[in-house]
Ligand binder design. Structure first.
Ligand SMILES: Nc1nc2c(ncn2[C@@H]2O[C@H](COP(=O)(O)OP(=O)(O)OP(=O)(O)O)[C@@H](O)[C@H]2O)c(=O)[nH]1
Ligand SMILES: [Mg+2]
Length: 243
């Protein structure tokens, strides 16, 4: 399959997803995007006709409750992914796909979160492992208020070792980092900013990565979400060897 990605892949268009057509990946859809077994090539089936296409896969992984589904909803401006305030929520792989140009699609894949129990985690880690190979960008999500990073350190390290170019860490929920301010406030406060930098230093050390592979944001407060989009684009481009 030869698709000129540089010609088709328009960073500015991607940053403004609202205008693109959306394909829901449901089995009963008339229009489906299918992945072939070989070489991670994809076939687009519409009205019984097939054509090869390029699909840019953006994967969201990490512990349960870090806000993977919320972040995808924020990035795409929809409510496609179910979220929960209290329970492990996403139990299967869900995706939302955009056609960004002729024969080029962007797919946001929402993965189940780790930490429910060790048996289920084993299954989810296998899914992460398989999906990693066909991903163009992987956002490993942490929550700023959580300190237990042992599971993440191991899983992230394993994936980084497979291919270091396609993954970065997103620290979500930075509005929850102490000291929490009361009343109306702008996220983050200068006091929070100090602790956010400490958190980034800590993650960089534990995960053995440089700062530029870590981005702090808040999906809920819409803080730095534009930088998250930018980092996703840059990672896709770097992974393609176009950077
Ligand atoms: N304060 C705050 N809460 C957030 C933020 N992002 C997500 N949340 C909340 O965190 C909770 C979990 O969010 P989800 O998006 O369901 O988390 P998930 O990572 O998809 O969880 P699983 O599907 O179980 O893996 C929900 O109550 C969200 O509203 C954020 O930036 N700040
Ligand atoms: Mg979820």
């Amino acid at each position: 399959m030869s698709v000129n990605i540089q010609k088709h892949f328009n960073l500015l268009d991607f940053l403004n997803l609202e205008g693109f057509s959306i394909l829901q990946n449901r089995v009963d859809d008339i229009i489906r995007v299918l992945k072939s077994d070989r070489n991670h090539e994809w076939t687009y089936i519409s009205n019984g006709k097939e054509r090869p296409v390029k699909v840019l896969n953006i994967l969201f992984i990490g512990q349960t409750g870090t806000g993977k589904s919320t972040t995808i909803n924020r990035l795409t401006g929809g409510e496609y992914m179910l979220t929960s305030d209290v329970m492990c929520c996403t139990k299967e792989m869900n995706s939302i796909t955009y056609e960004i140009d002729d024969d080029v699609f962007v797919c946001f894949c929402d993965m189940p979160g780790l930490g429910e129990n060790s048996d289920i985690d084993r299954t989810y880690k296998e899914w992460y492992d398989n999906m990693y190979d066909s991903a163009d960008c992987v956002v490993y999500m942490l929550s700023a208020d959580k300190r237990d990073l042992a599971i993440d350190e191991e899983e992230f390290g394993k994936l980084l070792w497979k291919n270091p170019n396609k993954i970065f860490v997103g620290i979500n929920c930075i509005d929850k980092i102490p000291p929490l301010s009361r009343g109306v406030y702008k996220v983050p406060t200068p006091e929070q900013q100090i602790n956010i930098h400490r958190k980034i230093e800590d993650v960089a050390r534990q995960f053995r990565i440089s700062y530029y592979r870590i981005l702090e944001f808040s999906a809920m407060e819409n803080y730095n979400v534009h930088l998250l989009k930018k980092q996703i684009c840059e990672t896709i481009i770097e992974n393609m060897g176009l950077g």
